[in-house]
Design a protein around this ligand. Structure first.
Ligand code: HEC
Length: 228
């Protein structure tokens, strides 16, 4: 480090002061990217990609509860008046409910101060465009359902006995036990086209599958309860 010429003792005193003042904030963003795995099931670092929680792409320096396009903030978070910086993020990640009571983030907190510092350094680096967004191992698979192939595009759904018989665009019909089939909606940009539900996961992971609709109104019109 280049220092202007000063008596050595003063230079050292300044150095010691600076180091101790910054000691808590000097996290390692590379280790922080690992710690982020604890968040990845609910948060993406891609701008505008909202999951259970809002995108954290540019959370640093922002007002709490203000990320555009995230529609499920609690009143508690929106009205907290918190600004996200090293200090507030540290308190939030240590114990979210203590910083903002009645928030809806289901997370107990990170008790390890070092892990919090690393994670905060990483979030800051991502917000400033200095680190790449890692894709979490726990992050849900989000494929663009408008690009689904014929073998996933649903043409008909028949409900008989305790099973759904799902016919897809390639003419195949699969039979799935009712308890193994989840009916979901996805109104986001990557969701299915209107009136064109998509079957996800059948045959791949074995016996479980999901039917994704563009809107809940489509569910009752698509599913026909009959056994013929
Ligand atoms: C189980 C899902 C879940 C996990 C795990 C989770 N979060 Fe959250 N997070 C949420 C939800 C939901 C909200 C919105 C809470 C509200 O509105 O009260 C949120 C809000 C936030 C906010 C405020 C964002 C804003 O726009 O004001 C930050 C910052 C945050 N989370 C960081 C983290 C970090 C870092 C981790 C990992 C250590 C983490 N979260 C883990 C679901 C989660």
């Amino acid at each position: 480090m280049r220092t202007p010429r000063k008596p050595a003792a003063i230079g050292l005193a300044i150095l010691v002061l600076t180091v101790s003042a910054n000691a808590r904030a000097e996290g390692d963003p590379r280790r922080g990217a690992q710690v982020f795995q604890a968040c990845a099931a609910c948060h993406s670092l891609e701008p505008a990609q909202h999951l259970t929680g809002p995108s954290l792409a540019s959370v640093f320096g922002r007002k709490a509860g203000a990320v555009e396009g995230f529609q499920r903030y609690s009143m508690a978070l929106k009205e907290s008046g918190v600004l996200w910086n090293e200090k507030t993020l540290d308190a939030w990640l240590q114990n979210p409910a203590a910083l903002i009571p009645r928030n809806t983030m289901v997370f107990r907190g990170l008790p390890d101060a070092r892990a919090r510092d690393d994670l905060i350094a990483y979030l800051k680096a991502v917000s400033e465009g200095k680190a790449a967004a890692v894709r979490g191992m726990m992050q849900p698979q989000l494929s663009d359902l408008k690009k689904a192939g014929a073998d996933s595009l649903v043409k008909a759904i028949r409900y008989c006995g305790d099973a759904y018989h799902v016919t897809t665009g390639d003419g195949e019909t699969v039979q799935i036990w009712e308890f193994n089939l989840r009916l979901k909606t996805d109104s986001s940009k990557r969701g299915p086209a209107k009136g064109q539900p998509v079957l996800v996961g059948a045959g791949m992971a074995g016996d479980r599958a999901q039917l994704v609709f563009a809107h809940p109104g489509e569910i009752s019109s698509f599913v026909k309860a009959r056994c013929d």
